[in-house]
Design a protein around this ligand. Structure first.
Ligand SMILES: [Zn+2]
Length: 144
């Protein structure tokens, strides 16, 4: 099951098989794309920062399946979405975080079920005032 592991670069990571998160995007017909972010609870790493729902992948689980399962656990039911891409970020020591990108048809209301203090939809501009999780910050700098 889930456990801490030490990668080839000596980092300590949660999840022996890597981790995965779900980045949902809604583009209004006449507006800027916005993304569903989750403010992380105090008792997870990078507490209080804004990231995306996600967590450790189980043995044999795909990044898509893990991202869906974790989102469901953390922010409640997610409406139907279309996966548009999966990006793997390697920490440099062989451990990977997968960002599963998907489009939804509306900015639905997410819940705070587990490990989540708040949720919200933000444009890239609005994110500039948020304290983003460093992994998500890097992802946006490289992709959007
Ligand atoms: Zn590492």
């Amino acid at each position: 099951m889930d456990r801490w592991m030490i990668c080839d670069s000596g980092h300590v990571h949660w999840g022996a098989h890597g981790a995965s998160g779900l980045l949902l995007k809604f583009t209004p017909p006449d507006g800027e794309p916005c993304y569903l972010l989750q403010q992380r609870s105090r008792w997870v790493d990078h507490p209080g920062s804004w990231g995306i729902p996600g967590g450790a992948m189980r043995a044999g689980e795909s990044p898509e399946a893990a991202a869906f399962r974790e989102a469901d656990e953390e922010i409640g039911p997610v409406p139907r979405y279309r996966i548009t891409g999966i990006d793997a970020q390697d920490c440099g020591g062989g451990w990977k975080f997968y960002t599963v990108c998907a489009d939804v048809d509306r900015a639905f209301s997410a819940f705070c079920v587990q490990e989540t203090d708040a949720t919200g939809w933000f444009t890239r501009e609005q994110m500039r005032t948020l304290h983003l999780h460093p992994g998500l910050q890097r992802w946006f700098e490289e992709h959007v």
